[in-house]
Design a protein around this ligand. Structure first.
Ligand SMILES: Nc1nc2c(c(=O)[nH]1)N[C@H]1C(S)=C(S)[C@@H](COP(=O)(O)OP(=O)(O)OC[C@H]3O[C@@H](n4cnc5c(=O)[nH]c(N)nc54)[C@H](O)[C@@H]3O)O[C@H]1N2
Ligand SMILES: Nc1nc2c(c(=O)[nH]1)N[C@H]1C(S)=C(S)[C@@H](COP(=O)(O)OP(=O)(O)OC[C@H]3O[C@@H](n4cnc5c(=O)[nH]c(N)nc54)[C@H](O)[C@@H]3O)O[C@H]1N2
Ligand code: SF4
Ligand SMILES: [Mo]
Length: 852
């Protein structure tokens, strides 16, 4: 094997002999130098080519890229991965991770056989016993059955991470449904998508214009987006837009590589993006810059809001005629729904219930919100030029337009106050206002701003800002990230053998459910956890608490290709094959396509595909008939049916074409012409009925519910200079995604470790000197929750009062601790999203054996 690697294009070939990696500090030149070496003439020699077979692979960590790769196979070994073409060459990319797959596939940390924790040794002790698949499956299923018998099926929980195949994650959710297991849903990135969904009604994650449209903007404003490293495959779109004359403005506390390429860099205090947006909204009103035509027709601006309930006033509350029509329609709907339910009675309670609900929904009375036109109330859909501001009294209740309420709500967000909150000068803030008012602007939003307690407010306020100036729905004008979900797969695939009775539980609530044995007030014991396609003990929050939660479980199973931090803590570890050892498709991401991944080689060692693993479990549980035996069969089931036919994404079409674009347009424009998927087709910057993303043991208070209709300002929980924590732990601790890993993946790839040998933390020299820390010395970052040791790297690009660490190192790669220990598990009750950046800590020099 090693011999084959020597022959391949990515063998060591003496690359990176330079000293650029000293002390873990990488200059850009160092990285580029390394990659030039890695990429050394990607072509194979003539004799090599003759014996080479090339398969189409799709690289699929959750980096939003889904690059198509040529997977070069010689003598049954993968010897190289190289760039393969997309139909749109703008998407034909490969990065150093894509180039180094060989070292990931033939990696010492690959799981080769099923492993059982040695009896009598503690979890995480690292002592394993190799067992056969039969033994592994018999043990797993007998544990599962005995727990199910004693506590019910929902005492077995499944969870997953974000690796982005089509079958891989869904085959497990099919099992969850079939067996009525509990499902622990990761909340990663959900503050942004939650806020976006509730405003736009879109079932997709948050959307912006396709990145091929960046060139049509006057200015790109990058809010907390680390495009050069975290969307390395997208950076060229920004570069090309710049070359075409588009201005680039970066709003980021840190002087990132992107900031170094920008026309303007603004460094706000972390966690203040909602304040900046609300301040800009204040100025839009002050300067009478509202795009009245857009907000009147495409947002809920003119809708009257009842002061007593906070809900939109409905036409049936104003017109007696409409009230009568509504009552009649509702009675008819009730009757029809009852009949539909009775007709389905023999199909079981669930199907009958669904029939009832669907008839009710289909026959619902269209009770239009009320607007005023020249002071006269009328149904919204009948008005052409509704009044945007004003108040109407209806039966003694004041009703005010949503736009008036928004305007009143931002009165205090003056330039001087906002500048003070964000710790920038008032001039800088006013410049930012001018930039944002000069449409078309593409607001390219990353995941930094949403990773604080107020993260959902950031997206809510940002999208509202964009809508007020009509800066949405046309080329160059956009707000958000781009993450379109494929809709072609058979939605019933995950449902499988029935609809499960287990709850979907937010991951942030999981520790509470396990500790109390209750979910939403009811007894809900969870005793077993099955984890796949994710590495929560590395990537989640408060990992000391999470480990403690795991300690309360009877049995933990992890299915992964690698020995991860989470696998280390399991009782049973199942080796999953790597990406090019099975057929798979991907169905979301920045390239707007469904992609097909061929199987290039057989699974190495005794590893198996996720489909095979699930099938073995289902067989033993007596449900084998409901589960596909191979990935091919799974894909055939998944990409089937009318929608798949109509969209041209059946299994056969995918296999033949390798890539099917999901939308017909040449360049995808989000919300074209101001069309939204909300019930009224309008952007709901005023959220009529704020709902939490998941029910958790924390309920929103009346006061929180009342505030949640409109975007509003409140500070981060921990990362805030006036917070209680700040007195003890004055530094804000933020992560960045390095180009050497996607999350915790590629952590043990030798070529990348040579470039990036050990954990570092970047610190402003002044903060370092105040603490006696030297450049390149080991430091311990700590707070009440945990600690971590890394090498300090001095950088003037780090905002004083903050630290920045590249994320994704495995626990065993630190001298002590790990980053996720420092992050609290508290969350905003509405978005239920991890607050990855909302972290305060302090730092001190560290020597082997402890703090100095
Ligand atoms: N190489 C690589 N690429 C990846 C990933 C990876 O792990 N590695 N992960 C993928 C995933 S799942 C995601 S979600 C994306 C994330 O994509 P990004 O969000 O672009 O990536 P990050 O590196 O987390 O960058 C966040 C930026 O926000 C800044 N920031 C922090 N706090 C604030 C704030 O309060 N306000 C503002 N304006 N900025 C702030 C940080 O300084 C940082 O530059 O990347 C994806 N791509
Ligand atoms: N400190 C900090 N932590 C963060 C963030 C942050 O900004 N700061 N960001 C968070 C965000 S946005 C995200 S999206 C998460 C990501 O969190 P995760 O999704 O948990 O991260 P990964 O490390 O990518 O874990 C994916 C795992 O799936 C395995 N895997 C890959 N392919 C397959 C397959 O086909 N089958 C199976 N069974 N397993 C497979 C990989 O080996 C890996 O162990 O991290 C979060 N964690
Ligand atoms: S890691 Fe992401 S950017 Fe790099 S090759 Fe794979 S899909 Fe493309
Ligand atoms: Mo993410």
């Amino acid at each position: 094997m090693g011999k084959d690697r020597e022959k391949s294009g990515i063998s060591r070939r003496g690359f990176l002999k330079s000293g650029a990696v000293a002390a873990g500090v990488l200059s850009l030149a160092g990285v580029t130098g390394g990659m030039t070496a890695l990429a050394v003439d990607g072509s194979s020699s003539e004799s090599e080519k003759a014996s080479e077979e090339i398969f189409r692979g799709v690289c699929r960590p959750n980096c939003f890229g889904f690059c198509h790769l040529n997977v070069h196979v010689r003598d049954g070994n993968i010897v190289k991965t190289s760039r393969a073409p997309y139909s749109n060459p703008a998407y034909s990319r490969i990065c150093q991770r894509g180039l180094s797959h060989v070292q990931r596939i033939y990696n010492a940390e690959r799981l080769q056989y099923p492993l059982r924790r040695k009896e009598g040794t503690p979890r995480g002790g690292g002592e394993w016993e190799r067992i056969s698949w039969d033994e592994a499956m018999d043990e797993l299923v007998s544990k599962m059955q005995s727990i199910m018998q004693q506590y019910g099926s929902t005492a077995v929980a499944m969870t997953q991470g974000t690796t982005s195949g089509a079958v891989s994650p869904m085959i497990y959710t099919r099992l969850v449904q079939a067996l009525s297991l509990s499902f622990i849903v990761p909340g990663y990135d959900s503050a942004s998508s939650y806020a976006m969904k509730r405003m736009t009604g879109s079932s997709d994650d948050w959307q912006a214009n396709e990145r091929t449209d960046l060139v049509n903007a006057k200015t790109i404003v990058a809010w907390g987006a680390n495009i050069t490293d975290a969307q390395v495959q997208q950076w060229h779109f920004v570069k090309e837009a710049k070359q075409a004359g588009v201005k680039l403005v970066v709003v980021d506390p840190t002087f990132t590589q992107l900031a170094s390429k920008a026309d303007r860099w603004i460094s706000p205090r972390p966690g203040t993006d909602p304040a900046l947006y609300l301040g800009i909204i204040n100025q839009i009103f002050e300067r009478e810059a509202v795009d009245e035509a857009f907000v009147g027709q495409h947002t809920v601006a003119p809708f009257l809001v009842r002061s007593d309930t906070g809900r939109f006033l409905r036409w049936s509350e104003v017109s007696a005629e409409a009230a009568a029509a509504k009552a009649a329609q509702e009675a008819a709907a009730q009757e029809a729904a009852m009949q539909a339910m009775q007709a389905m009675a023999d199909q079981g309670e669930m199907m009958a219930g669904m029939a009832y609900q669907s008839v009710l929904a289909a026959m619902a009375y269209d009770d239009q919100p009320v607007v005023m036109q020249q002071g006269n109330p009328m149904p919204a859909n009948e008005s052409t030029t509704p009044d945007l501001y004003g108040t109407l009294s209806v039966a003694g209740t004041n009703c005010t337009t949503a736009l008036t309420l928004l305007k009143e709500s931002v009165v205090d967000m003056t330039p001087s106050y906002v500048a003070e909150l964000a710790d920038i000068s008032e001039e800088e803030f006013l410049d930012l206002v001018a930039i944002c008012l000069d449409s078309p602007v593409t607001h390219y939003v990353g995941y930094g701003p949403q990773a604080y307690l107020n993260g959902a407010q950031s997206t809510h306020a940002g999208m509202t800002m964009a809508a007020l100036t009509g800066n949405l729905g046309y080329p160059g004008a956009s707000y958000g990230s781009f993450w379109l979900m494929g809709a072609a797969t058979d939605p019933m695939f995950a449902v499988g053998a029935g609809i499960g009775k287990g709850s979907l539980i937010a991951d942030m609530d999981f520790p509470d459910v396990v500790a109390t044995g209750k979910y939403l007030g009811n007894d809900y014991p969870i005793k077993m956890l099955f984890i796949q396609t994710g590495n929560p003990l590395n990537c989640s929050t408060d990992t000391n608490l999470l480990r403690n939660t795991y300690d309360q479980l009877d049995y933990i199973v992890v299915a992964d290709p690698m020995m991860t931090d989470t696998a280390q803590y399991a009782d049973l570890v199942l080796p999953v094959c790597q990406w090019f050892e099975t057929e798979e498709a991907t169905q979301n991401g920045e390239t707007v396509a469904i992609n097909f991944n061929e199987k290039a080689i057989d699974p190495l060692y005794e590893s198996k595909s996720d489909t095979e693993i699930v099938k073995m479990i289902a067989d033993r549980m007596g449900l084998g008939d409901y589960f596909p035996a191979s990935s091919t069969e799974a894909l055939q089931m998944l990409f089937a049916g009318e929608v798949a036919e109509a969209m041209g994404v059946t299994y056969d079409q995918l296999k033949e074409k390798k890539e099917v674009r999901l939308v017909p347009d040449e360049v995808y424009i989000a919300f074209p012409g101001g069309q939204f998927k909300t019930p009224h087709g309008r952007l709901e910057f005023y959220v009529e009925d704020p709902q939490t993303r998941y029910a958790t043991h924390v309920m929103p208070t009346e006061e929180q519910l009342a505030l949640e209709h409109l975007p509003h300002w409140f500070p981060p929980a921990h990362a805030w200079f006036q917070s209680e924590d700040a007195r003890q732990y004055p530094l804000v601790c933020m992560s960045e995604r390095p180009r050497f890993r996607v999350h915790s993946q590629w952590h043990s790839v030798p070529a990348l470790r040579e470039l990036d040998p050990e954990p570092i933390v970047k610190i402003n020299p002044k903060d370092a000197r105040d603490r006696g820390i030297s450049d390149g010395g080991y430091v311990e970052c700590f707070n009440d929750l945990g600690h971590v040791v890394a090498r300090a790297v001095f950088s003037e690009g780090i905002r004083p009062g903050t630290l920045v660490y590249p994320k994704g190192w495995h626990a065993g790669q630190f001298k002590a601790g790990s980053w996720s220990e420092l992050i609290s598990n508290d969350y905003d009750v509405f978005s239920v999203c991890p607050n990855f950046m909302d972290v305060s800590c302090d730092v001190r020099p560290w020597a082997e054996g402890g703090a100095e």
